[in-house]
Design a protein around this ligand. Sequence first.
Ligand SMILES: NC(=O)c1ccc[n+]([C@@H]2O[C@H](COP(=O)([O-])OP(=O)(O)OC[C@H]3O[C@@H](n4cnc5c(N)ncnc54)[C@H](OP(=O)(O)O)[C@@H]3O)[C@@H](O)[C@H]2O)c1
Length: 331
Amino acid sequence: MPYSPAPTRYDSPSLYRRCGRSGLKLPALSLGLWHNFGGVDVYENSRALVLRAFDLGITHFDLANNYGPPPGSAEENFGKMLRADLSAHRDELIISTKAGYTMWPGPYGDWGSRKYLLSSLDQSLRRLGLSYVDIFYSHRPDPHTPLEETMGALAHAVRSGKALYVGLSNYNAEQTARAAQILRDLGTPCLIHQPKYHLFERWIENGLTKVLSDEGIGCIPFCPLAQGLLTNRYLDGIPSDARAAKAHGFLKAGQITPAVLAKVQKLNVLAQARGQTLAQMALTWVLRQPVITSALIGASKVAQIEDNLAALKHPSLSAEELTAIETIVAQ
Ligand SMILES: NC(=O)c1ccc[n+]([C@@H]2O[C@H](COP(=O)([O-])OP(=O)(O)OC[C@H]3O[C@@H](n4cnc5c(N)ncnc54)[C@H](OP(=O)(O)O)[C@@H]3O)[C@@H](O)[C@H]2O)c1
């Protein structure tokens, strides 16, 4: 069936939040294509997820060179959707990709050299069928490459017209401050930082969020639902279609311990008392700070995207609720 986007997709202007001190707004929820969009997945389901997200006003789709499996296949699949369904809407989309993890054999297919980053960006653009991406990230800091070289490659990507903005992912507070300074000096300010952040993973609170606020850099936390742990997915065991049941899934059954589940059960009771699902409460929590621009979710079902977006309709967490959450998490 030919796709025609919902005319109502921009009916909630409050969905969009300014990314740091930039001119760019991102939806409060963005969709990541790490799992469920690869060559091993059912293309029609991946397509339904992307198109439903777009119909609901989600304009930002996050990729990386290595998303699949096999690596590269999520970009290929998304490229197919761009050509088949979204070609008339390129200017409504913020598409990001990254380079930093192992992508091809030999010394030039990994980490943070100029050689790797710029070759990888060219490969990503070919797979996506695009002439530019909106955001190009250094996926992780490289301890063996001068930061000036990695940042220089990002700035070059923008100067050459292959990216509009640049971002950092998995850089600590000190690395981020240094990188931001270099990028500013190169005339390509850092737009955004992508760190792991959820109720059980709090490292960004110890310095990074302050650097981001001070520098005017947006923040788009990944795995806000702890890969599905902070949802109702595992309350009654591991469903056969869940990430933790898949051989290629990054959430392993061994991570779903009785101690974690006990916290999840208690958080679920708290969410129910608020009239929210646990996923919705986890997202309300991540989005509570002004420094957070967007929560970068994943999904395997259209209903999950709908459930997550409904989180934005609920009131923010009260001081009492925040304390109750902290008490459970600290147990
Ligand atoms: N920069 C980096 O280093 C890095 C690393 C990791 C991820 N990321 C980015 O972050 C994105 C999101 O990561 P993630 O997929 O781990 O995020 P997540 O939102 O924490 O987890 C997504 C998973 O949670 C489950 N889920 C989502 N909504 C649900 C709901 N309402 N009810 C029940 N279950 C629900 C689904 O699991 P099932 O599939 O089991 O249904 C879904 O696949 C990635 O796609 C990628 O773009 C970046």
